[in-house]
Ligand binder design. Structure first.
Ligand code: KMT
Ligand code: FE2
Length: 179
């Protein structure tokens, strides 16, 4: 993770720009992300497999038995424009969203406790877990390319549940977990 910051309120400028808030320009620290259930590890993409390593442990302990690879770029992702739009709609899932970035970079935006956007920059080697029920979205940055491994517990369900979804069970469980 190469930084996380509160976002500005500029909705005119390209979503791929950093959008760092001029009022709160300092990076937010990891503990604030941990407080909202966002977890992060930095791994070596050339050498992450192997028994007993962090990747292996996470996979076993958290029961991630499914994985695939997604490449998001104009020429690699079918229905690119439509996908880019839906990634950036504010949504939640009934399961964790786990991404291990293999190449490229992008931004995951997550809502703070006070419902402000925090932008998290991810790049090669970042493994990020967004908890079930957190409102979030994703965008490429202006380099327009990311390749990531998606992990899942059981049969994958990628369905986004767009906001408002305040009475969704995953949302209620998530909010309880913050108390
Ligand atoms: C970095 S993975 C691409 C985005 C994605 O898979 C998602 O938002 O669900
Ligand atoms: Fe998502």
């Amino acid at each position: 993770m190469s930084g996380a910051w509160y976002m500005d309120e500029d909705y005119e400028t390209d979503q791929r720009e950093p959008h760092r808030s001029p009022n709160e320009p300092a990076d937010v620290d990891m503990s604030l992300l941990a407080d909202i259930g966002v977890l992060h590890w930095k791994l070596d993409t050339a050498n992450y497999e192997g028994e007993g390593g962090t990747f292996d442990k996470l996979r076993k302990e958290r029961g991630y038995n499914y994985s695939d690879i997604i490449t998001v770029s104009p020429d690699k992702l079918p229905n690119y424009e439509q996908k880019i739009k839906s990634f950036f709609e504010e949504h939640l899932h009934s399961d964790e969203e786990i991404r291990f970035i293999l190449e490229g970079s992008g931004y995951f935006d997550v809502r703070s406790k006070g419902d402000k956007w925090i932008r998290i920059k991810v790049e090669c080697g970042d493994l990020i877990i967004l908890p079930a029920g957190i409102y979030h979205r994703f965008t490429l940055d202006n380099k327009n390319y990311i390749k990531a491994m998606r992990l899942f517990q059981g049969e994958p369900v990628w369905t986004p549940i767009n906001r408002p979804a305040d009475s969704h069970p995953a949302r209620m469980t998530y909010l309880q977990s913050l108390q």
